[in-house]
Design a protein around this ligand. Structure first.
Ligand code: GUN
Ligand code: FE
Length: 505
């Protein structure tokens, strides 16, 4: 299969090692078009039936950027991506590649060709590893409180409202559609301890076409969970989790998956943690929880368990290849070694950490040790629903860790050397890196990966990107996207080759 990309390796310092450019030829389509198999189309979209009669699948002609590794940004100028009916990328064809013209012609005739013209370009769909779906109404509120008070005074009362399925339906629909419009094609959700409204969240993801992991939150500890928001027993929490796993095996179509979700050690009894560990061993499904987020939490676990979060979670069978540990700021070296050995992943949530954590996650150290790491918004601990913002905060917080923050100290004792992260690494973490954490074939434009993609329009009138002809390379536009893109700059979003969000022009 022919595949040639223009590989621009960019060092941490941002030095371009190679550069190529092609103009996109006129393929005879008067304006950019989105083709989707679903009944929904937007203005500017060409509608085709879901059973593509010619069996061509979907074909996209565009300049595409991805970062399959953290030190490589590939700019694929004017490629044609062939997506099968199953949503998998079959081939990525360069200009002049054998069979490319015939494929484009066939797709045009079948009405399944989408042409995205420069300066617009495609990036892989964004992967948000950590979202508290019920906290959506609280975005941008209550952030003056420390974690333990925020949970008790603001968050648990809000989450308890999701016993009301009507309330849950409205807020979850608003959240999922906003995240899709923001380019989040894979979302990892904590729901609440309510079985029914957790299923509602999963149903909405299925309906709106978002790839998702959904967790029914388990929390039964009487010392840390209030009467009005606590599982009635560890058995009830394990049963509710098991039911969700069975439900999603039936209806999730492999796109919406269950995640075993102990909230965090302080809110779970040992019986519950052990029961969920057994469930994980039985089903091999994903696990998500919070780990060593703040001094309060870290010390609470040390005092109760006599060991760190990572060690205690591991003993309960909760740290494995499909575990997502949120925050992980206070990991020691032996914790990192354990996580690496188990193949587990970390959801780095830089914005939320500013509010609730007592330290900056040592991201560079974790990456150099070979841990799987991706990024999370941590809505609503992180008051932003944008993964571009999350990339930006990743760069900023790493820079502050490196430089240090206390101006009263001399420069050489202020920071942690070799901590900075550049925009390409952040972009990688928000796409391919997050996908590796989840062990899902997304996050890159390569055969064998699913076509989850975001169309960036740098020229959007109300957007946050300023483009200057002759001054901005495609890489520059990606950097400007990460630093400034708003929802207006996102023209269209696809999951499995199907349009799931389109900007109303
Ligand atoms: N630890 C336990 N629950 C939560 C939560 O909802 N948000 C954050 N940031 N940390 C937690
Ligand atoms: Fe969280």
């Amino acid at each position: 299969m022919a595949r040639a990309v223009h590989d621009r390796r960019i060092s941490h310092g941002g030095t371009l090692l190679s550069s190529h450019r092609h103009t996109i030829p006129d393929l005879g389509v008067s304006s950019w078009a989105i083709v989707c198999g679903r009944s929904r189309t937007a203005r500017g979209a060409v509608k085709v039936s879901s059973d593509n009669k010619a069996g061509v699948g979907q074909v996209f002609s565009a300049t595409c950027l991805h970062a399959p590794r953290r030190d490589v940004l590939e700019v694929m100028d004017d490629v044609v991506i062939h997506v099968g009916e199953d949503g998998f990328i079959r081939e990525v064809l360069d200009p002049g590649a054998p069979g490319r013209d015939a494929l484009v012609d066939a797709a045009r005739q079948a009405g399944s060709l989408s042409v995205i013209r420069s300066p617009r370009f495609l990036i892989p769909g964004l992967v948000d590893l950590h979202i508290h779906a019920p906290q959506w109404p609280q975005l941008g509120k209550a952030l003056h409180l420390p974690l333990e008070d925020w949970l008790q005074q603001a968050t648990f009362p809000l989450e308890s409202r999701y016993s009301d399925v009507v309330f849950a339906t409205a807020t979850y629909r608003s959240l999922v559609s906003t995240l899709l419009a923001n380019g989040t094609t894979t979302a990892v959700y904590f729901a609440t301890l309510h079985d029914e409204s957790t299923r509602v969240l999963a149903d909405i993801c299925i309906e709106l076409g978002q790839r998702a992991l959904v967790g029914r939150v388990a929390m039964d500890h009487p010392g840390e969970c209030p009467d009005f928001y606590r599982d009635e027993s560890s058995d009830a929490a394990v049963r509710g989790t098991d039911d969700l796993i069975a439900y999603l095996a039936r209806v999730g179509k492999g796109r919406v998956l269950p995640a075993i979700t102990p909230r965090f050690i302080p809110s779970c009894t040992d019986e519950l943690l052990a029961g969920l560990g057994e469930l994980a061993a039985q089903h091999g499904c994903h696990i998500q929880t919070h780990c060593s987020e703040s001094d309060w939490e870290h010390d609470h676990v040390l005092a109760r368990m006599g060991r760190s979060d990572a060690e205690a979670l591991h003993e309960f069978g909760l740290v494995g290849r499909h575990s997502v540990l949120a925050h992980a700021n206070l990991l020691g070296d032996s914790d990192m070694d354990l996580i690496k050995q188990q193949g587990a992943g970390v959801a780095h949530c830089p914005l939320s950490n500013i509010y609730f954590s007592s330290a900056v996650f040592p991201l560079r150290r974790a990456l150099e040790k070979g841990l799987h790491v991706g990024l999370g918004t941590d809505i609503s601990g992180g008051p932003s629903a944008s993964m571009f913002e999350t990339c930006k905060h990743t760069v900023h917080s790493a820079r502050m860790l490196e430089l240090g923050v206390n101006a009263r100290l001399s420069a050489d004792e202020r920071g942690v050397p070799n901590s900075r992260i550049d925009f390409i690494e952040a972009f990688h973490l928000a796409t391919a890196g997050g996908a590796v954490v989840l062990d899902l074939p997304v996050g890159r434009f390569e055969p064998g990966y699913r076509f989850d993609a975001v169309q960036i329009d740098p020229d959007a009138v109300d957007g946050g990107i300023l483009r200057f002809d002759g001054l901005d390379s495609t890489e520059d536009l990606l950097q400007k996207t990460i630093y400034g893109a708003t929802r207006s700059n996102i023209a269209a979003v696809w999951v499995d080759g199907q349009a799931v969000a389109e900007r109303a022009d």
